[in-house]
Design a protein. Structure first.
Length: 278
């Protein structure tokens, strides 16, 4: 059920007015978002979401790599995202980890052409080389994030991934496809990927296969939908969807649920993209 404008405005005034969680109207906002989490954190959500790509696999490394590549191209039309992400899986013989670990550079280049918006064959070829480098020499994707996490954030770990990912010779253009929060980016796609890998519950959407990292330090994948809804509700003041906005939203969502703050991504995204809340 959509919230009436007057109720949305009431929610917004709570944060701008500085009311505490002990006041019932603010608790009402939390309850509303909790209800939306329950509504959208369901298996049906998988079908039309990029997370459906790693859900094709059962082996940990396949899930990690398929998820990373799907998240990388997760911008634009959702049908096109799914079509092109499935195309990548076809190019990797539906065995992403085995293909990456056992193929030469020549075999990478021989997989054929690929284009998704500004992400093309040159970028995909380098991504495959970088992922091979990470799994052969760095202990895999989980190890990079686990070794670089802090007690309350994974943003330094995203920065570290960016450095390691581009250790090999590459074209400058490819760097745009791995965001760095230290350069002000919201790192939406990587924060989404981390939610997939780390967050766990019994609903079967997120995987929760990285036990070395606590869901409590995850950050919300901030995009136009979640950002606009957060501002409409008054839980985000900053106008830009950037690293500072992510940090601001972290504070509020962690006050709602310190152990699982990023579950509210389901609520914010669902309200914006599906229910057209604002």
């Amino acid at each position: 059920m959509l919230v009436r404008f007057s109720q949305k405005r009431r929610f917004a005034l709570l944060f701008f007015g500085g009311e505490s969680m002990n006041n019932s109207p603010l608790y009402e906002l939390k309850e509303f978002l909790d209800e939306k989490v329950e509504q959208f954190n369901r298996p049906y959500f998988i079908e039309c979401d990029p997370i459906s790509i790693p859900h094709q696999f059962t082996e940990k490394q396949d899930i990690e790599i398929a998820g990373f590549l799907a998240a990388t191209i997760a911008w634009g039309n959702r049908k096109m995202i799914l079509r092109n992400a499935n195309r990548i899986m076809e190019l990797l013989d539906h065995s992403p980890y085995e293909f990456i670990m056992n193929s030469s550079d020549d075999e990478f280049q021989g997989i054929g052409s690929f284009v998704h918006r500004t992400f093309n064959s040159t970028d995909l070829f380098y991504f495959l080389k970088a992922l091979r480098h990470i799994y052969k020499n760095k202990g895999g994707l989980e190890a990079i994030f686990s070794n670089s996490q802090t007690t309350d954030s994974l943003q330094p770990a995203i920065h570290e991934l960016h450095k390691i990912f581009f250790e090999l010779p590459h074209e400058k253009r490819t760097e745009r496809h791995v965001s760095d929060p230290y350069k002000g980016s919201s790192a939406k796609k990587l924060n989404m990927y981390l939610r997939w890998m780390i967050r766990k519950d019994d609903n079967g959407v997120d995987f929760g296969i990285w036990d070395s990292i606590s869901p409590s330090i995850l950050s919300c994948p901030l995009d136009i939908h979640s950002g606009n809804v957060a501002r409409e509700l008054g839980i985000l003041k900053r106008k830009q969807n950037d690293a500072k906005a992510v940090a601001e939203l972290d504070v509020i969502l962690r006050s709602f649920d310190a152990e699982d703050p990023v579950k509210y991504d389901f609520a914010l995204f669902g309200l914006g993209a599906i229910e057209r809340f604002c």
